[in-house]
Design a protein around this ligand. Structure first.
Ligand code: PGA
Length: 248
């Protein structure tokens, strides 16, 4: 079976960052009012750094861009140092001319989280849908906090973190015990509605999940495998993350 997902293999994480930034910037150059889906985690940091640099060099304005982030920890307000809101402000928004009110993350401290999730979906819809959604992948194959078992049709909702995800986040919370157990996350269906998807993965720890997502069956046990059915999805990998592919 030929692979529908486009795969690009680059030397290292910095090269992935450069390529990803160029791809994102091209979207904004083509469409100054682009709607971008964004991700947090360690993987996109080089991409955001490069994006800021490129946007300044080429004088590309983000004043008309709207952004939607995948997820936020339940219980953390946007002012919490470990919130994804703080991450996004620090690594990206503070360095671009995008007004903060055009940047959306689910509010982890909302008094009614379910209503917050519904409002997040409505806001994406009102913006006309996402042009390009940037994703990472968990070592367990999650996208956003859609952990193994997440159904294809799930939408933005409160979801529980898998044990391996809690472990991966422990360093940010002074140990696993401090990691929130739940998060508000865009659903699989929410993500798949983006017109284009760009998944980044770097490091050998991601290699088994990347290989399963690209070469295994489409299964809820590995939510990134749902991307095989998307009409316009690309994976940008460094050599280490691509090292378990049978057909690189
Ligand atoms: P990471 O997280 O970039 O910190 O590895 C990715 C993810 O879990 O989606």
């Amino acid at each position: 079976m030929s692979r529908k997902i486009h795969v690009e293999i680059l030397d290292d994480a910095e090269a992935v960052g450069r390529e990803a930034a160029a791809r994102i910037l091209a979207v904004v150059e083509r469409k100054p009012e682009a709607v971008l889906g964004l991700a947090t985690g360690s993987t996109p940091i080089p991409a955001y750094r490069e994006l800021v640099k490129l946007a300044h060099e080429r004088k590309v304005s983000f004043a008309g861009v709207k952004t939607f982030n995948l997820d936020e920890y339940l219980g953390l307000s946007g002012g919490h140092p470990q919130s994804y809101r703080q991450y996004m402000n620090k690594y990206l928004f503070a360095h671009l001319d995008i007004p903060l009110w055009q940047t959306a993350l689910p509010d982890g401290a909302a008094s009614d989280p379910e209503a917050e999730c519904a409002a997040f979906e409505a806001r994406i819809h009102a913006a006309g849908g996402v042009d390009l959604w940037l994703l990472g992948i968990g070592s367990n194959g999650h996208i956003g906090f859609n952990e193994p078992g997440a159904p294809r049709d799930c939408r933005t909702r409160v979801a529980s973190l898998a044990p391996s995800t809690i472990e991966a986040s422990a360093k940010d919370f002074g140990g696993a015990a401090g990691v929130p157990r739940q998060a508000l996350t865009a659903g699989v269906a929410t993500i798949l509605e983006a017109r284009e998807i760009l998944l980044l993965a770097t490091g050998a720890g991601k290699a088994p999940a990347v290989a399963a997502a690209l070469e295994g069956p489409i299964t809820p046990q590995l939510p990134a495998s749902y991307l095989q059915a998307h009409p316009s999805c690309a994976f940008m990998l460094d050599r280490a993350a691509a090292s378990k592919l049978v057909k690189p």
